[in-house]
Design a binder for this molecule. Structure first.
Ligand code: ATP
Ligand code: BTN
Length: 245
């Protein structure tokens, strides 16, 4: 089947748009794209700066037959798909930062936001959101409160948004199907090859708490493996952030 793709010139948030249509008005793999978001969201209510025409704002609906347990790996699977597509489209190698960011040259290139609805053991619904900086105007980008980059700065080839978008939708579809059938295990090598913090000292921020450790990659459930005082412990997503130490 071919994916259904809707394109809006103006929207509040492509994730919110699909979430409002759950569950009956969507088909598997349906995509919503927009030129501009008036209320682009990051994690934990943070703002995603979304100027007109300069990024890819993409959300995809994905039904989870196996329930929310399969949701854990979704942001990792999406990050891998974005990497696959960028590599094949313009031969640029990105780095992946657990659990939901794509970096290039050590700064943020794209963010991933997964919204979920359902119960742990029942079929559930997910909306996978991606904001990928393609060609950011400096004026709008002044409002971004951390270092960022865009794809055009790193590619000699002129980035065509339609082409990179098609490459991402295809890669995402492929990775999601693979994940549905085999889980994350076959993707761990791919992740570790581009893991931004692999074997590096990091700070894990959990609310007010900061834990110092060494990043030892991820396990097949998508948990971060953090070595603290010689002991490796799995960290299961949620309200946590990683920083270099
Ligand atoms: P973490 O995911 O590790 O918690 P984060 O700071 O990247 O860290 P997110 O919620 O993932 O937090 O992303 C939202 C943040 O991304 C915003 O607070 C802002 O600093 C940054 N940001 C917002 N818009 C953009 C953009 N267009 N490009 C790059 N970064 C952006
Ligand atoms: C993050 O880094 O916190 C995630 C940012 C996700 C931004 C994308 S843009 C398309 C989709 N719609 C949203 O409102 N957010 C995601």
């Amino acid at each position: 089947a071919l994916p259904v793709v809707e394109v809006h010139s103006l929207i509040d948030s492509t994730n919110d748009y699909l979430m409002r249509r759950l569950p009956n008005q969507l088909i598997q793999g349906q995509v919503c794209l927009a030129e501009f978001q008036s209320a682009g969201r990051g994690r934990r209510g943070r703002q995603w700066i979304s100027p007109f025409g300069s990024q890819l704002y993409l959300s995809m609906y994905w039904y989870l037959e196996q329930g929310l347990s399969a949701a854990m790996g979704l942001s990792l699977v999406t990050a891998l798909a974005v990497s696959d597509a960028i590599k094949s489209y313009c031969d640029v190698q990105v780095q992946l930062k657990w659990p939901n960011d794509v970096y290039l040259d050590g700064v943020k290139l794209a963010g991933i936001l997964i919204d979920l609805e359902g119960q742990p053991l029942e079929p559930s619904h997910s909306v996978i959101g991606l904001g990928l900086n393609i060609n950011m105007p400096d004026l709008a980008a002044q409002h971004i409160d951390q270092r960022w980059t865009d794809l055009q700065k790193h590619s000699e080839k002129k980035i065509d948004r339609n082409d990179i978008c098609a490459a991402i939708i295809n890669a995402l579809w492929q990775r999601l199907e693979q994940h549905k059938l085999h889980g994350l295990s076959p993707m761990l090598d791919d992740w570790h090859k581009q893991d931004l913090y692999l074997n590096k000292q990091v700070k894990l921020l959990t609310g007010e708490r900061t834990t110092l450790g060494i990043c030892r990659g991820i396990n097949n459930q998508g948990a971060l493996l953090l070595e603290v005082n010689g002991q490796v412990q799995p960290i299961y997503g949620g309200e946590v952030s990683l920083r270099s130490a």
